[in-house]
Design a protein around this ligand. Structure first.
Ligand SMILES: [Zn+2]
Length: 75
């Protein structure tokens, strides 16, 4: 780790980059002990929430939740 933020992996295309390489769509917010960032992948353009924090028992935890767009389908 070079101390330049975390490496984040896109849940869709598998692109791996540092936080700053992803487009930040809004200011980070807090969820429990996590800091949440809404990011867009520079490669495939999907949007996901990146959770990063340290749990109360001192364990580092990070994960992503893919914000899949709702598809409206005309029949
Ligand atoms: Zn991607």
């Amino acid at each position: 780790m070079i101390g330049d933020g975390s490496l984040i992996k896109c849940p869709s295309c598998g692109y791996v980059g540092y936080e700053k390489e992803f487009k930040q769509l809004r200011n980070p917010w807090k969820f429990r002990f996590y800091t949440v960032q809404r990011l867009a992948c520079p490669k495939c353009g999907i949007i996901f929430n990146y959770y990063n924090g340290t749990s109360p028992n001192g364990k580092r935890s990070e994960f992503v939740i893919w914000m899949k767009p709702k598809k409206t389908k005309k029949i």
